[in-house]
Ligand binder design. Sequence first.
Ligand SMILES: CC(C)(COP(=O)(O)OP(=O)(O)OC[C@H]1O[C@@H](n2cnc3c(N)ncnc32)[C@H](O)[C@@H]1OP(=O)(O)O)[C@@H](O)C(=O)NCCC(=O)NCCS
Length: 184
Amino acid sequence: MRDSTPKVRLRKVRPSDASVLAKWMRKPRVPRILPGLKHASFRKPETWRLIAKSKIAKHFLLITAKSTGKPIGLSTLYKVNPKDRTCFGGMALFEESHRSKGCGFAAKLLQLKYAFQKLGAKKVYSKVPTSNKRVIRGLGYCGYREASLKTRRQFGVSSAKQKLLVLSRGEWKSRIKSLESHKR
Ligand SMILES: CC(C)(COP(=O)(O)OP(=O)(O)OC[C@H]1O[C@@H](n2cnc3c(N)ncnc32)[C@H](O)[C@@H]1OP(=O)(O)O)[C@@H](O)C(=O)NCCC(=O)NCCS
């Protein structure tokens, strides 16, 4: 049994979050865990102030602890393709004291709800290092499957060190109730 009682909330990034986001982006593991955010500009608060006021703000959701309201991590949707209704999802809990308490999984469920219900995505992809067994296992509970070779080629995922996983809206819909009621 998994406890996925929401311990976290997701909300859009605000200009007042700029300093904490820039601080997180200076962490050395960012290029590996959120490759879309490795550009040096993300380490500057000004970039986040601009993002917060822009149309793409909806792709950056701050993960906050429900108990305190404090920011603990970031959920990102990237390579958002409105025509094909596809996107990629990534996330990290930068405040490490909040890890391994169910917050990551709860945030993943909220991210998927947002992508499928609010953005109208039909498929959500995830690119994960093959070594990250824990996240790969968790994505499996959510219903993700390995993408085909054709899709790997389409997104330029050639390294055997990376898994490309995909979750369809239908698969998500069929699992959401059991995931939210804590069953695997
Ligand atoms: C990965 C991360 C978000 C997980 O958060 P967490 O709070 O430590 O994880 P939880 O306590 O919620 O994990 C509970 C379960 O949910 C699953 N899970 C957690 N986060 C998940 C996610 N983002 N996607 C899918 N499954 C996830 C795990 O498989 C775990 O299963 P287990 O109990 O069988 O091991 C967090 O450890 C982190 O920020 N790590 C660094 C960044 C990173 O690796 N991001 C993923 C890049 S692909």
